[in-house]
Design a protein around this ligand. Structure first.
Ligand SMILES: CC(C)(COP(=O)(O)OP(=O)(O)OC[C@H]1O[C@@H](n2cnc3c(N)ncnc32)[C@H](O)[C@@H]1OP(=O)(O)O)[C@@H](O)C(=O)NCCC(=O)NCCS
Length: 183
């Protein structure tokens, strides 16, 4: 099946970017992407652990089923055919069925070019289309990640709480900050 493209345009430095839904054909680039991110020990959950092909296959299958069931919108970004980032919103359930949880990662070497903003704008737009019950987007961010905090504030997210020392990052306890945006 042809992947569904949601955006084609240029980054701030004029590179051609494509943002689209994933398919099973994206398995290997996705595995490589997440394992590289994990080694970097950046401001995300994986901190060095490596995922196997089987684990990533199970994850991607599960995500594709959830996209089909309109419980998740996941988008991936490519520059010159290279997988450079991903963002998603998954819907919570029951009394929180109007709340979606946002996540985003852009590959090292492709940051600060506008890909994060494009991914966020498109994932929110697409989520409102596919999951119209969405009213609130929430996210969590490590307190030692000022760039992401500024980005989220700029995009209209408001801090609503923090778990003091809720994250152990590179051997240091840092606060976990929770933010939301009403759509
Ligand atoms: C946080 C992240 C997703 C942002 O994506 P990005 O593609 O680098 O962001 P963009 O280039 O679209 O910039 C978005 C905003 O971030 C901020 N920003 C980006 N690069 C910056 C830099 N070098 N210095 C200062 N601010 C910067 C700016 O506020 C920018 O706003 P602008 O579009 O008005 O310039 C990306 O840097 C990343 O994946 N980092 C590592 C993992 C991570 O922190 N994930 C988020 C976990 S909560």
């Amino acid at each position: 099946m042809e992947p569904k493209i949601v955006f084609q345009g240029q980054t701030k430095t004029g590179k051609k970017v494509i943002i689209r839904y994933p398919t099973m054909d994206d398995l290997l680039p996705m595995l490589n992407f997440i394992n590289t991110i994990s080694v970097e020990q950046t401001f995300v959950r994986p901190q060095g652990e490596q995922f196997t092909l089987e684990q990533e296959e199970d994850y991607l299958k599960d995500q594709l089923e959830k996209i089909e069931a309109k419980k998740v919108v996941k988008l991936i970004a490519f520059i010159d055919g290279k997988f450079v980032g991903t963002a998603d919103i998954f819907m919570k359930a029951q009394v929180e069925s109007h709340v979606g949880v946002f996540g985003i990662i852009v590959a090292n070497g492709y940051r600060s070019e506008g890909i994060g903003r494009l991914l966020m704008e498109n994932v929110i737009k697409e989520s409102l289309k596919e999951m119209p019950q969405l009213r609130i987007v929430e996210l969590s961010v490590f307190a030692n990640n000022p760039l992401a905090l500024d980005f989220y504030k700029k995009m209209g997210f408001i801090e609503f709480g923090r778990l003091p020392e809720g994250v152990l990052h590179r051997g240091q306890y840092v606060d976990h900050i929770y933010m939301y945006k009403k759509l």
